[in-house]
Each structure stands twice: as C-alpha cells, then as structure tokens.
Ligand binder design. Structure first.
Ligand code: ADP
Ligand code: ZN
Length: 721
C-alpha cells in the first residue's frame, strides 16, 4: 500500500498537507526527522501513517495523559490498534496490554517520557524484546530550556538512540525558534536528521486586536453571534478566570474556569466537559491548552496581553484545528504591558530579564501595529508573507487617509508645552480645552490649550496611537505612562515632514465567507447523530468526525456509501462503522426537500473555491509553489529541486501541476507528448478523484507527477467533469 492509499484508507483524506508526505517518506526510509509544524498543522499523521505501514510497533512519547487518551481514541475509531501505558491503569490492564504487545496486536503505544526509562528500565527492556520500528517524540520542544515548557524528564530521551539502535526517531513540535530547534537536535542525538519546517501561517484564523475598554461588554459583543461555538478565553490571573467564568455563567453561557490552582479532579472534569461540548467556554490561565486537541475550538480570546509572541501564537493556534474559519481576538491596554513588565524582571538574572523584556516589547509592538498582523507574526518566526492577508483586522479595514500634518503639529506641540510629563488622556483633555479641575490652572494659560476642541476625544486618542506607530511620539513604559517626543518629532513641528493620518476606519468588511452553502438544519441533525454515536462509544464528538467533515456532508449531500467515501475524513473503518448512520438523515432530508446529491460538484467546487474566496490560503501555498516553479524554469529537474528544498519529488510535482492548472506552465513541459493520451484515457474512464487507481492502471512507466500534470491540464481545459 502506498502512503497515499493508506491516507485515504485509514484517515479518509485524499491529499497530504504541508510537508506530511515528505516527512512520511523519510520516516519510511528509516531516516531521523525533526518536523516543525504549527498547531493544527497535522503532526500526528506524520508518525501515525508510517506506524500503520511499518511492521512492528511505534512508540509515541507524549507529555500529557489527556492528550494520549484522545489520540488513542481517535486511532481506535479509525480502526488502528493503539494503546497507552500510564499510572492510571490497573495491574490487570497493564498485564493485558503486555500480552497484546507481545502478540503484535498494538501498532502504536503512547507513553510519558518518565515511564520509558523509569522503574530501573524495566519497560525499556521489555520493549526491546519486541519489534520496535519507529519512535515518535511529540512536543519535542519540552527538551529545551529555551522553550516555555521545559520538562526535565525529556532529557532522558537522549538514551533512545542507544536503546533502539537503527530505529528511526521522529521529533515533532510547534515551537519554531532557532535555539529550541538546535537544542532538540543536539539533546535527542538524532542522526543526520532531515529537518522539515512548514509554513507557520494559520490561514483560517482571523487576528484582531482591539483597545480594551469595558472588557466584559466587549466580550459579550464578541460572543453574541458565537453562542453555539466552543472557545477559550485567556486571562492573566487565576482570580480573574474565576470571576469572568462566573459572570459569563450569569449571562447564560456554559463557561468554566481552569487554572493550575484548581483541584486535579475539577480540572479533569472541566476539560472532559469541554471536549464533549457540555462546556462551551473555558476561561483559563495559560495552564490550559497544551493537552487540548479539540479540533472545533472556534475562537480564542485574550482578555489581557500575553507575555510574548510565542505564547500568543501557540494559544491562538488552538483555534480552528479542523481548518474551518476561526477567530483570535486580543483586548489590549497599555496598562497590561506595565503589569507584565514586573513579571518579566527575573531576580539576579539580568540576561534572562533582558530576553523577557525584549519579548514583551515585541508583543506590545504587535498590539500597537498599524499593518498586517499576520505578516508581523510570520516575520517574527522568520517567514516572509505578503502584506495583505485579507483576514486580520488591519487588512479587513478600509482606511481613508488625509493630510494630518496640522493635527500632528498641534498634538506634538501640546506634548512639548506640557514638558513631556503627561499621559494621553490629559493631553487630549488639554487640547480639547476641558474645563475640568484636573487640568492645572497654569496649563489653562498656555497657547495650545483648547486648540483641538474640534476633534473628538476618541479621534485624538486614535491619532496618538497612529503617531506612536509611526514613531513621531512614544509612550513611556512606567507605572504612569506619559507621552514623549522622539527624534522624528522635530521635523513635523518645523513643517519639514508631512504626516498622513486615518480619517475614519470604516467598519470591517464582512469576512469573506469561504464557508460553502451547506444545509444548516441538516448540519444540526448530523451533529445530533454524531453526539449519539459519541455517547455510545464514550468518546468526544470530534473524535467520531470533525465539524469540517459534517459540513462537507451537509454541502454535498452524499446518497450512497460510495459517495460518502469522497467526503474528507471517512476512512474505510469509519465508513463501515458509521457511514450508514450518517446517510440516513441525509437521505430523508433530501427526500423531504426535493434535493439530490451534489457530490459531483465536489472537485469542481474545491477548484473554484481555491480561485476566489480562499485568498489567504492561496498566498501561503503559492509562495512555496512559486519557488518550485522558479527553480524548474531555471532548468533544474524535479529531483534536483526536491533535494535543494528538502521536499519530496512528489511535492514538487504537485507544485508544478498547480501551475499547469493556472496556465503558467504547459503540460508538455512536464509530460512527454506520447504519454498524454493514455493518461487522458484513464482519467476519462476512471475519474480523477483518486490518483492511486490511475497509477495502478497505467503502471510503472507513468509517475504520479505526470498523472497529476495531465489531470491539472484537463481541469484547465474543462474536459474533466
Ligand atoms: P497538530 O498535532 O499538528 O496540532 P493534528 O495532528 O491534531 O495537528 O491535526 C489537526 C487536524 O488536521 C486533525 O483533525 C487531523 O485529522 C487533520 N488532518 C491532518 N492531516 C490532514 C490531511 N492530510 N488532510 C485533512 N485533514 C488532516
Ligand atoms: Zn493582514
């Protein structure tokens, strides 16, 4: 079985994501691998698929019991025998597990790192008597002091390569910074490892930062049209998580608090209730999340500013693992930055304090940013991205600019007159000529007092933010922040520099609705079918099928098992086990409403979608694709490009096939003319839904790349239906 066939058979997916294919191939070739992929990128598949294809056992090291259970459930539902070994099991259960392992009845075994080498190495000795074919280390950044989740137990994993010589090790993490990466490679003793770094862009997440004022009302506004969705709300302190959860409950939301100070049993119960959708909102400190694999988290809100971009990105990344549109919203107040500054100072460690403060500054910079947030985030992780992502608050807002030089001059001279000793609110009140007692009497005598009465308070505050963002003004980072001039201010005051300000921020455009027109009431029925099955199987609903899969069903209305197979997420076992149960509501819905199957639109739809609404996805992917095209046009062959880019030739071929579809490349540049008719014939007879059967029919002489190329060309010509 090829990896692609196994992907469809066991996981129900028709194509690989990111670098999955290349990673799987390396592992199958017994190479050590380090894979860096964003949260939700699809790391698990990188070792689960080889585990299915290889003889023998795959050991998976994972730090959290909750996570293990989730993964094991998900594998079992897909018909892949998996198990975990941990302290919560009874001796009987452990003996039973040992027997199964001896009889080769388990493909994946999940373990916490301390288990493996603990207990005088008993477990490791036992495992050495079995055929171990792969070791996977999840959350590999836990081995690094530089990461934010250092776990000393992970250091023992250095012994893996000696305990299991010749067995490939794959390390996976969503932490991408260079120091952590270097640490992982060194401390795990990986041998000549291939390192795969996927794009860290999370195209389905929309990023927003809004100035914090009356945060609870702002939150309620945000939640207003998200009542049925699951979400995580992060707060800085334990106390505020509890207060906020209580307030939300009082407003009718199924919310619970979660923080490290809670009783273990309470935490476990809350987490479980969240996974099972009985609790919709978790209000948490950052203690919550690492073990959360829940794929249908629709939003992540930060009520307070996080300490650094790494943490923020990881936390927001918990939204939308299923690939459906999701939101990240942060409420920003400069006061938060000052609070955090105190935490960043680490006693007797100036070096570490400096690092933390720099990270905090980057975070503040992000919050005050007047540019594409996605581009900023990706740049932070050393990744280039175009400057209009189409799905952050900046890119979604239309700005009307005007010559604001005069306004800037008024503001800057007020700051100067007030001797750079007052904060934004005071300066604005002063400019607007407030009669309040708060304005000092001697200030009321100054010439600049009241010269800005024609501009609203809010607009002034916004202009202050703009001028700060452009570097004409700065806010000190003290307990009482004040406005100060900068090196650039003088040019404005002297009339040597023009300043453009934003006239008005027209409200955000509607988010491009990339959601397909699915049947909403059918989706509700499908969810209830899923809930029944999940209850029966005693697992969270999303383990049975993801929201994305249900949405596809409610869109394409499959009428038979064969049609259902074309829905992403139905592997053979899931299809056989649950297929019929999901077909029933679809069929009766269609009869009732006089609808027919739309499965025929599936490939066409995907294509059309890629061209219109999924702009952010397109830009991300097109970067890596364009690079392949550039190299190809410069005369390199596919294998050379693959080697140069540490990608598999298969990936390069699909990059190029894309350009055949867009018309930027001729099919003949990839396939010799004599081969085209045979491929075309095969596609016409068997369809292009799946390439594997085509390859089987065409035989050795035809590569996947050539088949893909012809399919793309036929799509372009419109000869593929
Ligand atoms: P990570 O561990 O990187 O955070 P997961 O392995 O949990 O991400 O994968 C996130 C989601 O994406 C899961 O629901 C998974 O089933 C799905 N997924 C993974 N690979 C693919 C693929 N090739 N096609 C479609 N969905 C995929
Ligand atoms: Zn943007």
């Amino acid at each position: 079985m090829t990896p692609l066939q196994a992907l469809q058979k066991y996981f129900g997916y028709s194509e690989f994501r990111h670098e999955q294919e290349a990673i799987v191939q390396h592992v199958l070739n017994k190479k050590d691998v380090l894979a860096l992929m964003p949260t939700g990128g699809g790391k698990s598949l990188c070792y689960q698929l080889p585990a299915v294809l290889l003889d023998g056992l795959t050991i998976v090291i994972s730090p959290l019991i909750a996570l293990m259970k989730d993964q094991v459930d998900a594998l079992n539902v897909n018909g892949i025998p998996a198990a975990f070994y941990n302290s919560s099991q009874t001796p009987e259960e452990q003996i039973d597990l040992a027997t199964k392992l001896k009889n080769n009845q388990v493909k994946l075994l999940y373990l916490a790192p301390e288990r493996l080498f603990g207990n005088e190495g008993k477990l490791v000795s036992f495992l050495k008597t079995l055929t171990v074919s792969l070791v996977a280390i999840d959350e590999a950044h836990c081995i690094s002091h530089w990461g934010h989740d250092f776990r000393p137990e992970y250091l023992a994993l250095a012994g893996l390569k000696t305990a299991f010589p010749g067995v490939p090790v794959i390390a996976l993490t969503a932490t991408a910074d260079k120091l952590t990466k270097k640490d992982i490679l060194e401390k795990l003793n990986l041998q000549n490892p291939a390192v795969f770094i996927s794009s860290f862009n999370r195209a389905n997440i929309t990023y927003r930062v809004i100035p914090k004022k009356n945060s609870f009302n702002q939150l309620l506004d945000f939640l207003d049209d998200r009542k049925d969705d699951s979400g995580i709300i992060y707060c800085l302190s334990r106390k505020s998580t509890e207060a906020l959860a209580a307030d939300l409950k009082a407003n009718g939301f199924a919310a619970e608090a979660y923080h490290a100070g809670l009783d273990h049993a309470v935490k476990a119960r809350t987490q479980e209730a969240f996974l099972r959708d009985n609790v919709k909102i978790i209000v948490a400190t950052i203690a919550f999340g690492m073990g959360i694999n829940k794929s249908n988290v629709r939003y992540v809100v930060h009520m307070d500013m996080p300490k650094n971009i790494e943490g923020y990105y990881q936390e927001t990344g918990r939204a939308g693992r299923d690939g459906l549109p999701s939101d990240a919203m942060l409420l920003y107040s400069p006061g938060d930055a000052n609070k955090l500054k105190q935490f960043a100072m680490i006693e007797d460690n100036p070096e570490q304090s400096r690092i933390m403060l720099n990270k905090l500054n980057d975070m503040v910079h992000y919050c005050q940013l007047h540019a594409c947030r996605r581009q900023f985030l990706l740049k932070y992780f050393d990744e280039a991205f175009p400057d209009n992502c189409g799905s952050c608050d900046f890119c979604l807002t239309e700005f009307k600019k005007f010559d604001g030089t005069l306004i800037a001059q008024k503001l800057l001279s007020a700051v100067a007159r007030l001797k750079e000793r007052f904060g934004g609110t005071y300066v604005v009140d002063f400019l607007r000529g407030s009669r309040s007692e708060k304005i000092r009497a001697d200030h009321k005598e100054l010439k600049t007092y009241g010269i800005g009465a024609d501009i609203s308070k809010n607009d002034w505050l916004r202009h202050i933010r703009e001028l700060c963002a452009m570097g004409y003004l700065q806010v000190t980072e003290d307990a009482y922040p004040v406005l100060k001039l900068t090196g650039k201010s003088e040019a404005v005051l002297k009339g040597l520099a023009k300043v453009e300000l934003v006239l008005s921020e027209t409200t955000e455009e509607q988010r491009p609705t990339e959601a397909l027109p699915f049947e909403t009431s059918l989706l509700t029925e499908l969810k209830s079918t899923r809930r029944d099955i999940a209850l029966h199987e005693n697992v969270p609903a999303y383990i049975i099928l993801s929201d994305a899969t249900l949405q596809e069903i409610a869109t394409y209305l499959p009428q038979s098992m064969d049609e259902l197979r074309l829905i992403s997420g139905f592997g053979d076992v899931k299809l056989a086990r649950y297929g019929r149960e999901f077909l029933l509501p679809v069929k009766s819905y269609c009869v009732k409403n006089g609808l027919a199957s739309r499965i025929g639109q599936k490939t066409r739809k995907r294509e059309r979608q890629a061209k219109t609404s999924l702009a952010p996805v397109r830009t991300r992917v097109s970067d890596t694709r364009s690079e392949s095209l550039r190299l190809y046009k410069s005369g390199k062959n596919i294998n050379d490009i693959a080697a140069a880019r540490s990608l598999s030739p298969i990936t390069i071929e699909s990059h190029l096939a894309y350009f055949i579809q867009t018309g930027e490349m001729e099919v003949k540049e990839m396939v010799s003319e004599s081969k085209i008719p045979a491929i075309k014939d095969a596609v016409e007879s068997y369809g292009a839904e799946r390439l594997a059967p085509l390859k089987e029919i065409l035989g050795e002489d035809y590569s996947y790349g050539e088949i893909k190329a012809v399919v793309s060309w036929m799509q372009r010509e419109g000869t593929l239906t």
